[in-house]
Design a protein around this ligand. Sequence first.
Ligand SMILES: [Zn+2]
Length: 335
Amino acid sequence: MAKQKVYALGIDLGGTKTLAAVVDITTGEVVASARKRTRAEKGQEFVSQRILTLSAMAIEDAKLPADAGIVAVGAGAAGQIDRQAGVVVDAPNLGVKDMQLGDLINRQFGKPVAVGNDVEVAALGEYLYGSGQGFHTFMCVFVGTGIGGGIVQNGRLYTGLSGTAGEIGHMTIDAGGRLCPCGSRGCLEAYASRTAITKAIMSEIHHGRSSILADDAEHQLKEGETIIRSGTLANAISHKDALVIECVTEAADYLGYGLASVMNLFNPESIILGGGVIESIDVLFERAVHRARITALSKPARDTKIVRARLGDFSGVVGAACLGAQKAGYTFPIV
Ligand SMILES: [Zn+2]
């Protein structure tokens, strides 16, 4: 007899895109999904409305049988989270502060709601149904608009005293260096995120360097895109664009230094890398892994596996749906 399906709604509120999906949490299968750009610059009300619209679209597309609605809703947001209260406390990349996300979702759906950090829920998704299967202690690092991290320790999400554990994006890698959206200086995110890569490329173009992106990137940025797409970067690299290769290589090296520190400090079984640039740009992934291995202490450098996230864009929504289902009392078999 086929296993009974259980559906939950997962919401991934990232700096670049907002994604909602109906997920069969017994298999990790995404039944239907809807996405749009986040548009942090439009403010909190707009971001809230966008979440509800995308959720309604995903649920409608899923066409669930009448007797099998969603059992819960989970959301992951790119910022500091008060999990107990379901509040996004501060999220500079989303243009959001003290957002009552749990209440908003609960008013709409009247189901159990769980709210977590975006990469923390992605780590849960990868643990249950992706590259984390078989590992019990690992770290997920997602490179996008910012850089986020999630820690699974002994089969459980580790969130720390204040709920902010895993914030690798704000690890200082250059004392007194570039300003970071968090207000500090020299954070990894200011050197290796897609935002940082965009800034480095645009600054060089502005100062007269040639690049096949010169027209393309400026056009995209004028169209309201705030950062250059991963696919555009990958395409420039395949055309051997010297400026893009230089900026991406520099970012990959900084990412590698950050990963080396994770290996030394945490000594996990594996590090799972995800996000658009990791998926699209092989040379960035390979260079970061190489830099990490030649920088870390010899034993963790040799032993720690570094792999790519397997669920791609869906790590966050799958994990979020599973987090919501846990809140509703569903227990997952330990893999
Ligand atoms: Zn920072």
